[in-house]
Design a protein around this ligand. Structure first.
Ligand code: FES
Length: 168
């Protein structure tokens, strides 16, 4: 029998086994590497876990106080600066933070001390001091934002704010 004829199927089988092993090896090494490289694209997050907005001494016993925040949001490989406004209210020994963004179309509300409401300048929406809808077209209450105080400094949780920033 001619040895080259019997070797041919063996060579093919060996070649296929090597190609299969190579595929397995690429999968084992390559897929985690690709997943690692693409992982930032799945993340939208602020760079800091809490954002400083002001001091407890800035609060007023008369009503909500507007405080500005600024933070860097990472979205995939890009970074952007987000700024916004929150209202902080001291209630007994609690501190409440509400987003200033109207839930109708996103204008910033302002606090009207005389009426004791948050008022939206765009379409006349009004909210109670707790952020509940009092009048107008807003479909939902003002967003409540997690808040904490450390050594007299007020911080808000940027994650909830970042969600809003990326949706708008
Ligand atoms: S955006 Fe505030 S009422 Fe329309």
């Amino acid at each position: 029998m001619d040895p080259t004829i019997t070797d041919l199927p063996r060579r093919r089988i060996l070649f296929r086994i090597l190609v299969s092993l190579q595929g397995v090896l690429v999968s084992i090494v390559g897929l985690p590497a690709v997943a690692f490289l693409l992982s930032p694209l799945r993340r939208v997050s602020p760079e800091d876990s809490w954002v400083r907005v002001g001091a407890v001494s800035d609060l007023s016993p008369d009503g909500p106080v507007a405080m500005r925040y600024s933070m860097t949001v990472r979205d995939g490989y890009s970074r952007s600066e987000t700024r916004g406004l929150v209202f902080l209210t001291r209630r007994e020994d609690q501190l409440v933070a509400l987003s200033a963004v109207c839930t109708h179309l996103g204008c910033n509300v302002s606090w009207r001390q005389a009426e004791a409401v948050f008022a939206c300048p765009c379409h006349g929406g009004k909210y109670t001091p707790d952020g509940d809808v009092a009048a107008g077209p807003p479909p939902r209450p003002l967003k409540s934002i997690p808040v904490k105080v450390e050594r007299g400094t007020i911080y808000i949780s940027p994650l909830s704010v970042a969600e809003r920033a990326t949706r708008s």
